[in-house]
Design a protein around this ligand. Sequence first.
Ligand code: FAD
Length: 448
Amino acid sequence: MAKKIVIIGAGPTGLGAAYRLHEEGHDNWQIFEKNHYIGGLSASFKDEHGFTWDVGGHVMFSHYKYFDELVDKLLADEYLEHLRESWIWIMERFVPYPFQNNIRYLPREKVWECVQGLMEAQYNQAETHDFKEWLYKTFGNGIADIFMLPQNKKTWAHPPEKMNKEWIAERVSIIDLKRILKNIILARDDISWGPNNRFKFPLYGGTGGLFNKFMPYIEHNLQLQKELSRIDIEKKRLKFTDGTETAYDILINTAPLDIFINRLIPTQEALSAAAARLEHNSGFIVGIGIKKACPSNKCWMYFPQADSPFYRVTYFSNYSPNNVPEGDYYSLMCETSFSEYKQVDKNTIIEDTIQGLINSKLISERDREHIVSTHPIQVEYLYPIPSLKRDRALGVIQPYLMQHNIYSRGRFGAWLYEIGNMDHSVMQGVELVDYLLSGKPEATWQTI
Ligand SMILES: Cc1cc2nc3c(=O)[nH]c(=O)nc-3n(C[C@H](O)[C@H](O)[C@H](O)COP(=O)(O)OP(=O)(O)OC[C@H]3O[C@@H](n4cnc5c(N)ncnc54)[C@H](O)[C@@H]3O)c2cc1C
């Protein structure tokens, strides 16, 4: 009989794995999800006022043919395609993204500060050890002090000197001094950089609208509201919080790895110690629904300044007209992170968000009376931090799990931010199943 594969979590990674098992005709599998819905961090929610919200601004920009074809199949023609309109609000003005290519928008003395830093950085041959050093070496003092450091501190809620620099790769546009100077002198906007300058968005149901389309392929083996509480690695049995149990031959975990490790029986001291070194941040996603026509074409914006709690805001109504009720409405989705290094007051986060929007001139004081919905979502696991301690911890945990037929993948299952997007996650699930069924090596997730 075919080996029984059990998947924990019906977010994009678990759904990718389940879909692939179904596609490959492997019958003996089950998927368990603790929530009463699927999609995980990529789910969406409709509030009582008719606004749809994601768990933070989600845009699809894929690196994979398989994922693209799957999205085409699932959404058919029910999607919209957008050109990125991304900006940074700083010094009372919007600067187009990426910041370093558009510094001409800054006051003149700040442009000079940035250029001077960039020129000095060209001659800096120093080895860098952490993310903070890397930012200064790459961008110079001006850009690092004015934008990179404040923005990254606000986003990660972690000190950049405690983070590694290996995750950066394509996520930060590296400088091209000639191009930057040309942009300044010719007063040219330079906005097309990056892997996500074009993106698709589901016409209905927010980002979760895509993941709900997996249902027909997986529902026969799906159980919702089933939270894994114990994994007996010797007997290969799982226990759930409702007291039920099941057996497995191969286990795919997509739940946060630190929690998972602490649910192993017998307890693994070395693994628990390693798991304690995995860091994450948490967040509040505050949706603000406004009864007015949308005043902007922008997609999302970054906010490095201290006069707002959020690091990013999305004009979510610009992604699909179905994200808001019919008529003149628009919606802003505001993301604020927190951690042991950066506190946020849970009791005032909605008011702090609204005040931040006013301080950043996204709305006016008078717009308060047009706010018809405020929708906060608290997220315990928001970003897996690529900390300096991470890779050693994973190097202890992952080989041990795999020796015991347990494969932990996905945003918090693998704990690798650099492969933590939706396309990466779905593909981690798909590629793992290919490995389990046919031995084909995984491409996205690789041993540390
Ligand atoms: C603020 C924010 C913005 C983002 N923006 C983008 C973007 O623009 N583009 C992009 O591609 N990606 C984006 N992402 C990433 C995207 O959300 C993730 O790639 C994706 O959701 C990860 O899928 P996953 O299945 O690995 O994990 P998750 O989505 O976390 O799913 C894990 C699932 O496991 C379940 N689970 C946990 N514990 C248990 C348990 N004990 N028992 C049973 N089930 C359990 C959870 O309920 C959840 O459903 C963003 C994420 C965040 C937080």
